[in-house]
Design a protein around this ligand. Structure first.
Ligand SMILES: C[S@@+](CC[C@H](N)C(=O)[O-])C[C@H]1O[C@@H](n2cnc3c(N)ncnc32)[C@H](O)[C@@H]1O
Ligand SMILES: [Zn+2]
Length: 260
């Protein structure tokens, strides 16, 4: 796929260890292989190091493999030339997507460093998902897994009849973890999506139980979720004494097709 310069919008070419545009704006390739094309002064830097490390350690134990396998099955039923994983995190899903030309985008430097160290089959880019260095109508498939939905950008990037795959937690997802932390746990909301110029073509549900057998895994799961940022120290400390837990996973995979 083609990348555009975040300063002047001209096409970037990869030459050895840099990406460079005709106006000589150049971006160094990091040792692990990613390019940093984020040039805005913003206070949003994506997930912090703790969250990225926790997610890498938890996901690498394949607790969410049934979800990854289902997305791979969906991708195998199409024949995409290229794919962009928006807010790819540490690349746990991106790395195994069966698409030749694929790119993972995230704002977290830590997450992108982990992703590009673990996976040489995808190009990783530091950028906001709300302003990506990619061309209009150039992408066959976009994925967004547990992340903000940059719908205007998704509509801009997808080719006509391109596919958008969205993964969100279902109602029961991680309910036992919330029960262990909160006095009054609540279940997740049921979402319904209505995106202009995109038609919902299918929903796949992936549900089951995971058996977490160490305090480290339980803490890593907690740290990689949004609860980590909004739970009091006292409530979070309730997890300190728990060494095993059976926890429900409940994922909804929505498949949308862009209008022709
Ligand atoms: C819950 S994580 C999910 C990561 C990955 N999709 C996964 O499921 O393993 C959400 C990710 O969104 C990223 N993120 C949040 N806001 C972003 C933005 N504006 N641009 C790019 N990435 C963003 C965070 O850095 C984080 O890696
Ligand atoms: Zn330029």
């Amino acid at each position: 796929m083609k990348y555009k310069c975040p300063i002047c919008n001209e096409e970037l070419t990869i030459k050895d260890k840099i990406m460079i545009c005709p106006n000589n704006h150049s971006f160094d390739r990091a040792k692990s292989g990613y390019f940093n094309l984020f040039i805005t002064n913003s206070t949003n830097h994506g997930d912090n190091d703790n969250m990225a490390n926790a997610r890498r350690d938890f996901l690498n134990k394949d607790y969410y493999l049934p979800l990854k396998q289902e997305i791979i099955n969906i991708l195998n039923s199409y024949n995409f030339n290229n794919l962009v994983d928006l807010a790819c995190g540490e690349g746990y899903y991106t790395k195994d997507f069966p698409v030749e030309d694929k790119c993972g985008i995230d704002l977290s430097k830590k997450a992108i460093t982990i992703a590009s160290k673990q996976d040489k089959s995808s190009q990783y880019i530091i950028s906001s998902i709300f302003k990506t260095p990619l061309y209009d109508e150039s992408i066959d498939c976009i994925t967004t897994i547990f992340a903000p939905i940059a719908i205007d950008e998704i509509r801009r990037l997808l080719k006509p009849e391109g596919i958008f795959i969205l993964v969100n937690p279902g109602i029961e997802h991680l309910y036992e973890l919330k029960q262990a932390i909160y006095d009054n746990p609540y279940k997740n909301e049921e979402y319904s999506f209505d995106f202009e110029n995109l038609t919902l073509v299918n929903i796949h549900k992936v549900e089951g139980k995971m058996h977490l057998n160490s305090n480290e895994d339980i803490k890593n799961l907690f740290t990689m979720t949004p609860y980590y940022l909004k739970t009091s120290r006292n409530d979070a400390a309730k997890l300190d004494s728990i060494d095993s837990m059976e926890i429900t996973y409940d994922f909804n995979i929505y498949i949308f097709k862009k209008d022709a």
